[in-house]
Design a protein around this ligand. Structure first.
Ligand code: ATP
Length: 283
């Protein structure tokens, strides 16, 4: 039986700006997406007519609402495949964390099925299909470093910002992205990131400048509700992070470091009061 294995990498936002609200209620964003080495592993094998999801992670659904299932459903209907698969998800990316774990799984399933079924779809065709699942899925297919505009689906690839040392810390709370956007008051945002200047410095590989000038406007909402996020940020700065920011709508906080000793010490201390802490690299 044919079987494929695909990696589903998490993302962080090196900055996130909201520049307006559209008539349909969606927010227009400008954000810098960066893939990290933290990943789920997805195995897909042929499995009769039905599709099943297998995972040890109890916090994600195994029915048709799992984004991995939706990816299979959309692709098999589009190409009239009429075959089921078994999708095994080894979940390492924290859930509802601002790391796009669900979107990454969906992207990996699209890529894996493209291979399993010999569809020969190009990356941009897979990205178009991915957009039907969610705004972050096209980026998860593209990967690397990218500027995302519109509702997150208009992507421009940026020069790679790989191999930076990053500490990820997710406090024991789950944040709903819908709640954060619903409570965002554009007129209250005092500081916006200078995305164009950040892009210039990404091109120069100026990690110091990028880390020190990162801004995520969604922090205004999420930190207000969960002060622990601010506490983690301050903690990372005390351990000499070059910069620290909340990812996406939160609650995960990341810090960019340039010293291995500092990042290890910071991790050890954070682990005593934060449930998930990982040292990763940008890829
Ligand atoms: P984003 O940064 O795009 O907002 P997130 O990291 O905050 O994403 P996810 O981990 O993608 O959030 O999960 C959001 C919700 O989607 C969860 O409530 C979860 O139950 C559901 N979900 C469905 N399929 C998956 C999956 N394969 N992995 C994780 N969550 C999934």
């Amino acid at each position: 039986m044919k079987k494929v294995e695909v990696e589903a990498h998490a993302k962080i936002n090196l900055s996130l700006d909201v520049i307006g609200k559209r008539e349909d209620g969606y927010h227009e964003v400008r954000m810098i997406m960066q893939q990290i080495s933290l990943k789920d592993i997805i195995q897909i094998e042929e499995y009769g007519k039905d599709t099943i999801i297998e995972t040890k992670e109890k916090k994600i659904p195994t029915d048709s609402t799992n984004l991995a299932y939706r990816a299979w459903d959309i692709l098999s209907k589009r190409f009239n495949i009429g075959r089921g698969v078994k999708i095994k998800i080894e979940k390492n990316i924290p859930i509802a964390a601002g790391l796009a774990g669900g979107s990454a799984d969906a992207a990996a399933v699209l890529k894996g099925l493209n291979e399993l079924w010999n569809l020969n779809l190009k990356e941009d065709e897979l990205m178009d299909i991915g957009l039907e699942i969610g705004a972050d899925v096209p980026y998860c297919i593209m990967g690397g470093t990218a500027l995302a505009e519109g509702i997150g689906e208009k992507l421009t690839r940026l020069k790679s910002f790989k191999d930076k040392l990053v500490l990820i810390a997710k406090p024991p709370i789950q944040v709903s992205t819908a709640y954060v956007y619903k409570n965002l008051k554009l007129e209250d945002i005092k500081e916006h990131p200078d995305i164009d200047n950040l892009i210039k410095n990404i091109e120069l590989d100026n990690v110091n400048f990028v880390a020190k000038n990162m801004i995520n406007v969604l922090e205004t909402v999420t930190i207000n509700k969960y002060p622990i996020i601010q506490k983690i940020k301050e903690h990372m700065m005390r351990f000499n992070a070059l910069g620290s920011l909340m990812s996406g709508s939160g609650p995960t906080v990341f810090g960019i470091f340039d010293n291995t000793d500092d990042i290890i010490k910071c991790k050890e201390e954070l682990e005593t009061w934060v449930d998930r802490v990982h040292i990763v690299k940008t890829i």
